[in-house]
Design a protein around this ligand. Sequence first.
Ligand code: ATP
Ligand code: MG
Length: 274
Amino acid sequence: MTGAGTRAPAAVIKLGGRALEKAALRSVFAAELGSLAGAWRVIVVHGGGAEVTAVSRRLGHEPRFQEGIRLTTVEEMEVVDMVIAGSANKRLVRALNAAGVRAVGICGSDGPTLAARPEAAPPGTRTGRIEGVDTRLLATLIDAGYVPVMSPVCDDGAGGGVNVNADTVALRVATAIDADALLFISDVDGVRKDGAVLRRLDPAAADEEIAAGTITGGMVPKIRSSIAAVAAGVGRVHVGDYDAVGALHALLDGARGTVVAAPPAAAPAANLVR
Ligand SMILES: Nc1ncnc2c1ncn2[C@@H]1O[C@H](COP(=O)(O)OP(=O)(O)OP(=O)(O)O)[C@@H](O)[C@H]1O
Ligand SMILES: [Mg+2]
């Protein structure tokens, strides 16, 4: 609850590249986000992996992945810049602007906000890990009433871009700003097991689901980021999709999708209650 004189709670909303493919749905989402933005300080982080893969293939480059993480070549980094920091980012910013949300498209290199280092292997990869988050640009934008829309393109400090999975970026931004909520909106209605959506995923059990092959591909970094967010004290962590007006509020309230959280503490046994 926010009382007089206290700041609105902060939410990081991570949008997958295929989460809002239809322009009509983007508009509906943008309007709902606008209605949230009064009560919440909102940062949007987005992906765009599928689009990068499609454009890379058109250019004759077959992407490679390891545990759902793209192994970005130097050529592919250019595609990541063009597609994720470029067209995917602008598409979202324009949809939000059209809904009256004052959106500002940035990437991790702006500020710079996200300092990153490429992984040591395979040699030459532009896939990397975040070394530091500088929240000053995000805070400046939010305090001035803008909604930052951030693509996960990071900065190596030596003039190069570094590609980091957008789920990891959302996690690192959420913990750096001490967010109250972290939503992963994807193209799937939650974490699925045996044909049904899990309403709750216990962090302690999640690693087993990854080891057992229930959680694979792009869901692996999402769940690893969710577990880390819960451990860091982000109060609400949810995974789900967006299909109609109301879905954003429903996700935030835990009424749809998967809640990543430890089970509630067991109620005391009746004979122990005095
Ligand atoms: N147990 C699972 N439940 C649900 N989805 C799963 C599961 N295991 C693997 N997946 C896959 O994870 C995908 C979501 O991750 P993906 O990286 O493809 O999308 P995203 O993270 O939303 O988008 P982007 O990577 O563009 O940011 C789903 O489309 C599904 O194919
Ligand atoms: Mg992904």
